[in-house]
Design a protein around this ligand. Sequence first.
Ligand SMILES: Nc1nc2c(ncn2[C@@H]2O[C@H](COP(=O)(O)OP(=O)(O)OP(=O)(O)O)[C@@H](O)[C@H]2O)c(=O)[nH]1
Length: 526
Amino acid sequence: MLIVRPGFLKRELLVKGPLPRLYSTKVPDNSPRAADNEVWLEALRPMNPSRQGRQKYNRGNGQTDLIKVPLGEVTSINYLQRYNKHKHSQGNFVDVRIVKCRSGAGGSGTVSFFRDAGRSIGPPDGGDGGAGGSIYVQAVVALGSLAKMKTTYIADDGEAGAARQLDGMKGKDVLIQVPVGTVVKWCLPPQKVREIVEGEIDKDKDSTLRTILASKTINLSTSCSSHQKKIQLYRQEMAESWLFKDKSPEYHENKDWFKNLHKRMESYDHSLGQSELFYDQFPLTGLDLEQPMSKPICLLKGGQGGLGNMHFLTNLIRNPRFSKPGRNGLEQYFLFELKSIADLGLIGLPNAGKSTILNKISNAKPKIGHWQFTTLNPTIGTVSLGFGQDVFTVADIPGIIEGASLDKGMGLEFLRHIERSKGWIFVLNLANESPVDELRLLIEEVGGLEKVKTKKVLVVCNKADIDFENSKSLAKYIQVEHFSKSQGWDCVPISALREENIEVLKQKMFECARGSQDDASPTPTI
Ligand SMILES: Nc1nc2c(ncn2[C@@H]2O[C@H](COP(=O)(O)OP(=O)(O)OP(=O)(O)O)[C@@H](O)[C@H]2O)c(=O)[nH]1
């Protein structure tokens, strides 16, 4: 049976001619003939010195752009705080991870010569190395947290080729499955960020993690060929370009035929380097996996396998005692952030009654307690307006307090879970002194009126059962209503505990959520 080997296909791309004829005798049935190799090598034009220089120093096609990016964009302040200081206990819920990913190196090509009873040394038959395994990512609905993610994902290296034209086995790929709503971003190794931060603190004792991440910048190489800005990733330079057997590198390097071959293969290596540069790019703004994916996306591609010595048999080179090593894999860090996907998000001070509301209107059963910060993790509930009627989803996040934007209380990190929500529901406690000031404070903490205005807003005055008949309580509600109306927002008084006005609330929430359900985003690509 004739098998078209990957080596042929790779070569064919460069030769752009017909496929070489394949042997079908007892001697290698799929190794290229000397004449085929000569045609292929002839097509590999030796590189001129200026191109060589560019490859070495510019690392590629010269289409990269150096941009300055704030350090905070290539790391996660929440990750650094949480994992450095163990700031919050999150139980099993993990919504931010930095992981190291490494794709496999290609296996080496092999030096081998055909042997049988009649011949102690025949034509070269060393097979190609297998490609290194790649790292893939896929968003699936079955997961709800990043808790099960490992800290490191390493794909296998490809195996070396073997005698009798056997290609090495391809390295096993790694598939990282994450919840729908995860955003994957390229990031710096946390260790490196810590070193930079410590260096900055040594220089200025008053600086804080937050100020350093905002002010310190790093240089990033980006490709400017595509419509989307992408970070250009680089593989480690190859330590050696040839693997020799029996005869030393010096023996070969002094021979004119080898010098000539080497020049041509430099051009082959260059084209592999170019194709790596093409694949090794990652969107600067990250990958937003907000839809379940039927097919995974490749994060890091494995290295290509090296060519076995059978590719170097020519009329001049009868015994090629050398082969090519496999190409290196890639090692990079990625930040995985889970941003829940809910149509509406509940925002309020601790104890305002957000969890009670979600409990009453949906199937979700979040923890309720009369102490602050009962809610430590976001919970999403599905609300139905009745049998066969419309449904929408609502996310309850931990309470926000004054100074949350400066990391007080639970900070603002949970806002990411309602960042994508089209509607924000501000939940106020009518039993408090000044609900309207509460509302102003919440608006300020979540980013100001301008940011809030990008969302549909509904203001809910909860705990209306407490003294509502009292003229003071009524006055508080009227103040909130007046402020809300001035911003064009609807306002509704309820008692979640007694389930009063809950149906009206559901209807108003549905109106707020409407429109967000039609927006379906396409699957992202790298
Ligand atoms: N009287 C009265 N009490 C309520 C009402 N809604 C909630 N509560 C009580 O307020 C307390 C806090 O309620 P939660 O739903 O846990 O409040 P939360 O906003 O989720 O609080 P955090 O988890 O701290 O963010 C509980 O003791 C509830 O029983 C209401 O309408 N009326």
